[in-house]
Design a protein around this ligand. Sequence first.
Ligand code: HEM
Length: 374
Amino acid sequence: MTDTPPLPNYWEYLRLPRLLDLQAGLETDERHVSPDELHFIVVHQVFELWFKLLLNELRLAREHLARDMVPEHDIPHVVHHLGRVNEVLKQAVGHFSLVETLSPQDFLAFRDRLFGASGFQSVQMREIEILLGLEDVRRLAALGEDAGTAVGALERHASQEPGGPWVVERLSKARAELTLKGALERWLFRTPIDASTTERDDDRERVGAFTDAFLAAYERHHRETLRVLGTRGASVNVLESRLEQGLAAARTFLRAEDAAPDDDRWRLQRARAGLLFIECYRELPLLSWPRRLVDRIVELEEQLLLWRFRHARLVERIIGRRPGTGGSAGVDYLDRTTKHRIFTDLWTVRTLLLPREALPPLENAAYYEYALWR
Ligand code: HEM
């Protein structure tokens, strides 16, 4: 006779006895925690659970995308995981209104006891940033001195704290992983551009021809707009100099002239051309999933910025502009974090886009039709 496992029940499956016994904060007994502080602890724990889910889904999306060859039927999986990430982030942004049921005085009643502890030390938030691809140099550029407090000091601080090795280990593991941004660039690099693939010997020339044709169309379109505005009596001098600047910026971007010395300029150039191609010809059937993928990542970054902005306003509403319990300047610091951008190319390309009728025609549009025999 085989042993059949007992049927599960709800409270054991969800480990509720353990879960519901974790809200005592600094007390040994939850009965000594005020209702406001209990609310504060529960809401924070819920956020951390959302962060856990975000990390999981981001890693799944990244794993699909990081493969040397991403089969077309795998792109919907990436889109699915990123869609879930975005929904979770939207919920998390909405949760700040729960925190705002605390009045400033409600919070001040227990705030002083929290000194030393801060969301600054949320290792999962740092993992999310690292996994997405927020680079330390960008952090530094946006945050100045506070950047050191944000990540480096978390590692140093954690190494001297109880439970610290857990933090240090998680951060170093995240640092060793391929980022979502890195995986996305690899994938964009391989985008067939007007049917030219990276395996072709003449790929560089063909990608160059696509980029040149686009830049010519860009210039033509904007000069025509200027001409029409001029005929309507607009003063075009300022607009003309903006056009020249825009054109120069478009060339720099598409030819990757801004690549750092240790960047592979060709890889960057081709990845950007791939991105531009997907965005320009997004209605072609085989680009429909790739464009959704790009849209999801733009949405993700937007949600993360909204999260940062929303958190900063909540903080301003509850504690004003005083320094944080983690030792930063408080709201001033948090507002500077709203400048963080990770997927910068995905935003830049939007400045370049043209109306459909102004786009250069493709030679091989048929390549992007659905084909049952492929
Ligand atoms: C009364 C409510 C809250 C106040 C007054 C508050 C205040 C602050 C302040 C002042 C900082 C800057 C670091 C410091 O010096 O401490 C900070 C950072 C942070 N807080 Fe909050 N916070 C609140 C609620 C929350 C909630 C509900 C979460 C959700 C997990 C959260 C997550 C974070 C994170 C992740 C950071 C680091 C941000 C970064 O460095 O980019 N906070 N918080």
